[in-house]
Design a protein. Structure first.
Length: 200
């Protein structure tokens, strides 16, 4: 009886040791797929930045919308199959790519649903930065008709940029600092440079 038990324990131990690497291996194909989706996201946006967002032609904006929709639907399929993508599954670059797709998704309910997972990825240091977590948090709040808390969201009106309402604006720099972000005034200058528009 003791001998059988000992053999059984050893067998379980061997199975555990040999199975563990397989469980923790990165899915290289999925990682590449996510990175390619993110590259498509950035490629069209870089084209628009080159000519200026306020000068963007309708065909480029239509391409951007199509890419964002396709990326969203594909990411939904991936998450349905694998659950949320972790660094163990797709590496930090894969997680970062997934964030980018969520951030630019036209599906507001999807972004809201994914926010807790993005937050956890930031906490776990899996490829989501503090600024990226702040961007999605603020975007979800603004789309819910609420005031943002990190001051990352702006709107365009008549060729000018305006910050969406910020909750407790006097302490926004403190909250930004906690996530490793620059002060609001410095961020404003970066946005003006990137978009070629003045922030009011």
């Amino acid at each position: 009886m003791i001998e059988k038990t000992g053999m059984s324990i050893r067998s379980i131990f061997i199975i555990f040791i040999t199975s563990f690497p397989a469980l923790s291996a990165i899915n290289a194909d999925l990682k590449i797929e996510l990175e390619e989706m993110a590259n498509a996201d950035q490629s069209i946006r870089n084209k628009i930045r080159e000519i200026g967002w306020k000068n963007a032609q309708c065909d480029l904006l239509s391409q951007l919308e199509l890419i964002d929709r396709k990326n969203t639907e594909k990411l939904k399929e991936i998450i349905d199959e694998h659950s949320w993508v972790t660094a163990d599954l797709v590496g930090k670059s894969g997680v970062s790519a997934a964030f980018l797709i969520i951030q630019h998704s036209p599906d507001n309910s999807f972004k809201e649903k994914m926010l807790p997972f993005v937050k956890q990825s930031y906490i776990n240091n899996e490829g989501v930065t503090g600024q990226e977590f702040a961007l999605l948090t603020d975007r979800v709040l603004v789309e819910q008709g609420k005031a943002q808390i990190y001051g990352t969201q702006l709107r365009i009106e008549k060729g000018l940029l305006f910050f969406e309402p910020i909750k407790n604006k006097s302490t926004v720099d403190q909250r930004r600092k906690e996530l490793g972000m620059p002060p609001l005034e410095e961020y404003k200058e970066l946005v003006e440079s990137a978009y070629g528009m003045s922030v009011q």
